[in-house]
Design a protein around this ligand. Sequence first.
Ligand SMILES: Nc1ncnc2c1ncn2[C@@H]1O[C@H](COP(=O)(O)OP(=O)(O)OP(=O)(O)O)[C@@H](O)[C@H]1O
Length: 548
Amino acid sequence: MDASAFLHYLTLPLLWEGLKTAMIIAVLAFAAALPFSLGMAMMRMSHYRIVRLLPIPFIWVMRGTPILLQLLFWYNVLPLVGLGLSAFWTAVLGLMLNEIAFMSEIIRGGLQSIKKTQRDAASALGLSSWQIMHRVIMPQAMRSIAPAMANEGMVIVKHTSLASVITVQELTLSSEQVVSTNFQYVEVFLAAGVLYLGATTLIALAQNYLERHLDLERRGHAIAIAAQAGRERGENPLTGETAPAGAESGGKTIDTEAPALQKFLNPGRALANKDGRRADGPRRPYVVINKVAKSFHGKRVLRDVSFNIFPGEVVFLIGPSGSGKTTLLRTINRLETVDDGEITVGGQFVGYRASAGRPVPLRDAARSRARVGVGMVFQHFNLFDHLTVLENVIEAPVRVHGTKRDQARAEARELLAWAGLAEYENHYPHQLSGGQQQRIAIIRAVATRPKLLLFDEPTSALDPELVNEVLDLMRKLAESGMTMVVVSHEIVFARDWADKVVFMEDGEIVQHGAPEEVFNSPDNPRTKNFVHLIEQRSEGRPSKTQEV
Ligand SMILES: Nc1ncnc2c1ncn2[C@@H]1O[C@H](COP(=O)(O)OP(=O)(O)OP(=O)(O)O)[C@@H](O)[C@H]1O
């Protein structure tokens, strides 16, 4: 090989012009394909079957036929239907259509890889469908979408070489023209190859940067190092601030009963006073569950369930696995719809509108959920993995309730300090223990100032030694007067703090009443057996007389 000829062709303006054309085609085709790919991915995930099926023939044909053939097809057919595009624009169109088919499937796969529980948590916080997509699902899906999309970027650059068959003056055609005059195949094609390699290497570097940016492990590691340095200096190294007054390190719970906390923690008490719970006169229920029925795929899961919850009450739902406790809880904030019956919270439907007094489901229940003030805590915490603790806590106050970011951050810090979690505000969920994650999930729900808090087995995913720190926080909420519905078998906690225990079996309420009634003298043999079982399992849990 002639090295000086190679260097000559490597700097030949004709080849660089060809590369420039190739890159412009690639960038235009990629950028134009992106929004269509996103739209097609959404269609493929639609609730409506017809919408889901509609893009399939297009994807099938585009993925199943050679791109060369497609370019020739568009180049020859478009003029026949009156769309006489230039060769350049035909190449952009052809590559774009081909990429939409591949990229839409990549995006769909990425979006579907995000667990439904993330959507549930966001929805329970009151985020709208659009906010859930762009604040929760998309940023997390990007971690798997970004590398595959970078690959597609490289593929599209290489595919521009096929545009030479429709006479686009890009790099491959330019090299062929040079070769046809001097026959220096090796030097010319090697120079063209190096130019292509340079372009795709730039994309690989961009991919590398993006992946590093999206790598939570790496970000978490940086935070851990900074936090350690800060601890040594006795300050919060990321914000540069000293720890909030009264906050202790080591994650211990702090009893800072600052007046500012009362706005979060005594809604039940306020409701109770308003509704006369502690005053003389009749009590008015805050949550009314009336003849609720629910089936999944023809199987009855809830049958004619009715009971009331009064302001400031703590209600425990217990019962064997599959008895419908979680489903009932999820119908209260309309994460599940009911088939029959109705539920009101504070006299309002949640996720339904009243039509002639009857509830009609709203398409987007989020606003209604936020307006009525129903918060929820999940078994598996469901913190947003891509957000720090502080970002998790302020997400709903800022996005749903319109709180100014600075105010939301200040309030979140107060709550975190109250729960003894101040030093973790910049950590990511994966850097925390299960108990810490669950306490943050509780704080995240409390930050929206809920009037009713739902807990779905909040301690059952935790190691035994982490259960108490979560129960301790729940105890404080119960003491503050928060109205709470708790699905849990923490029987010691229930004995001490529940106002009412509801025992469910096979979708029905078998027995309900004060904890001592249900636990001490269960009149139903099934309740008796069940209580006996969970009592055995709960041995060793502390009671309220024991400090946690
Ligand atoms: N989305 C769903 N689709 C189909 N079936 C469901 C769905 N959700 C719950 N079920 C079924 O409904 C029944 C009640 O489930 P649910 O989770 O409410 O019970 P549970 O009492 O909370 O049980 P566990 O204590 O095991 O969580 C179960 O048979 C379950 O398989």
